[in-house]
Design a protein around this ligand. Sequence first.
Ligand code: BV8
Length: 226
Amino acid sequence: MVLTGAGISAESGVRTFRDDGGLWEGHDVNAVATPEGFARDRELVQRFYDARRRSLAHVEPNPAHLALARLEEELGEDLLVVTQNVDDLHERAGSRRVVHMHGELLRAACEACGSRPRWEEDLLPSPPCPVCGARALRPDVVWFGEVPYELDRIGRAVSGCDLFVSVGTSGSVYPAAGYVSLAASSGAHTLELNLEPSEGSRFFDEVRTGPAGRLVPEWVEELLGG
Ligand code: BV8
């Protein structure tokens, strides 16, 4: 199982959250990434995610995304990529077995009928839901205080994997930050690939520091016995 965070998309030009110039520098997390913030100011939140959705058109997958897609070609069902990212760069690199535990920018969620239609346009001004017609669409991302997606499937992969690899995440947000310990306690070998040691580095058997665009292709080459 490979768990990815914002760091894997940094070299593609997608801003991370906590690094210098990160998203949380310019925006109050509680205002833009909580249901309470959305209730207080829907327009502010929609504008924040509309801008991030539009920026996807100006970024491309990098060698780290491409290396994981290649690994899936070799391992098939024996590989699962679980990402905290809401961008679509894993899929654009060719990965198919990807779980977006925190949602996707290219999906909307209807607060009236619960449908989650694919969505590539802005959500401002409030367009009607393509399923029920209600003007109740929100970004399909998991905000703080909300339950992440596919926790059961992820839980099975974490406790059933032989190798748990974390790429480009600060290990500061749960439940994702707790998966390394769960994997280790289930007997998996655990490896961190990150620009710098994360908050959870001490829980990993092995930590390699450097840019994902170099570390991930090197690791995949090694794993495939190149
Ligand atoms: C929940 C989507 C209940 C939105 C996101 C236990 C203890 C304490 C608190 C909690 C706890 N359990 C729950 C909480 C509360 C909270 C939480 O964890 N708070 C934190 C702040 C303490 N968690 C929640 O609210 C979660 N929900 O718990 O529900 C529940 C749970 C389970 C079962 C039942 C009920 C929901 C959290 C999801 C919030 N949404 N994103 C959006 O995108 O706008 S979180 C967001 O931040 C990301 O998705 C990610 O998950 C998280 C951290 O971001 P990273 O991806 O790691 O990015 P960051 O910038 O932090 O770090 C980048 C890293 O990359 C750095 O280490 C850097 O060195 C590295 N890097 C940079 N460049 C490169 C690189 N590495 C390699 N190469 C490079 N080039």
